[in-house]
Design a protein around this ligand. Structure first.
Ligand SMILES: [Cu+2]
Length: 131
């Protein structure tokens, strides 16, 4: 029931509660993060430059992979014979930093290669741009 108007004026007195944030986001190109859980990539579509590293984190309760396929597939049955240009396999709670400079610029399908996960919807798209 307190009116909010009075609170604003005195808030700048230097209380210890005030967060003194150090600005670190100066267009940092290494700041791309992908989260894995059941059963999705967040974000599912990623557009990055070749010189960017991606931090992939498994926040789910199951093992997952972040796999970049050479050619897109239509169903999980095709996963076995597919060529993976990059793949990181993460146990629960693990994370990894991945350099994308091994990839030519292009559009790639992302999948989780754990059986059943593609079919459950762990699919995404990676767009690598040349600059
Ligand atoms: Cu998965």
């Amino acid at each position: 029931m307190l009116a909010g108007t009075a609170i604003v004026a005195g808030a700048c007195a230097g209380s210890a509660n005030t967060a003194t944030t150090t600005p670190r986001s100066s267009g940092d190109p290494a700041g791309v993060v992908v989260d894995l859980d059941e059963y999705r990539f967040v974000p599912s579509t990623l557009s990055v430059g070749v010189d960017v590293s991606v931090d992939v984190r498994n926040l789910g309760g199951l093992e997952h992979t972040w796999s970049v396929l050479a050619d897109p597939i239509d169903g999980e049955r095709e996963l076995v014979g597919s060529t993976k240009l990059l793949e990181v396999r993460l146990e629960v709670g693990q994370s990894a930093s991945i350099e994308l400079d091994v990839l030519p610029a292009g559009v790639y399908q992302l999948v989780c290669a754990i059986p059943g996960h593609f079919s459950a919807g762990m699919i995404g798209e990676l767009v690598v741009t040349s600059s």
